[in-house]
Design a protein around this ligand. Structure first.
Ligand code: FES
Ligand code: FES
Length: 159
């Protein structure tokens, strides 16, 4: 089995996996990073979104061989319980979610948006999250939370 070199949340890994294995499987089952979720497995729901070189991409349909050597960021790389990202604090304050299953994908997608646009409009936030489905219907609170996080970041919150 070939070894594939991955950089996940800034840490290099050498993973024994077939090159066609979905990145999502490698993250969850080889590296133990369970934050990224399996939803549809068909690149339709956005549960499995991670950042690849700063761009949100669905990891369920992405062969691990195609991301060797690239910078991969999962929800575990966004913040920790001890040091949450302003997005995570805003989501808690707005109670933006019910079951929470969609939130890892939504948070990484929202982070990519705020990294490139510090003052997104509601329409821009909705467009950025267009590929992320929330089955609980928390969309309004999610949009409010992302706008609130942008405000916090503009006010100097540490990311
Ligand atoms: S699990 Fe990847 S998009 Fe649904
Ligand atoms: S909070 Fe349940 S799917 Fe979004």
């Amino acid at each position: 089995m070939p070894q594939i070199a991955l950089i996940v949340n800034g840490t290099p890994h050498a993973v024994d996996a077939d090159g066609d294995t979905p990145l999502l499987d490698v993250l969850r089952n080889h590296l133990g990073l369970k934050g990224t979720k399996f939803g549809c497995g068909l690149e339709q729901c956005g549960c499995c979104m991670v950042l690849i070189d700063g761009t949100p991409e669905k990891s369920c349909g992405k062969a691990v061989s195609t991301v060797a050597g690239r910078q991969i960021v999962t929800i575990e790389g966004i913040g920790t319980p001890e040091r949450p990202h302003p997005l995570q604090l805003a989501f808690l304050d707005e109670q933006a979610g019910q079951c929470g299953y969609c939130l890892p994908g939504i948070l990484v997608t929202a982070k990519a948006l705020l990294d490139r646009n510090t003052a997104p409009s509601r329409a821009e936030i909705a467009a950025a999250l267009d590929d992320n489905i929330c089955r609980c219907g928390s969309h309004n609170r999610i949009l409010r939370a992302v706008a609130s996080a942008a405000e916090r970041l503009r006010a100097g919150a540490v990311r």
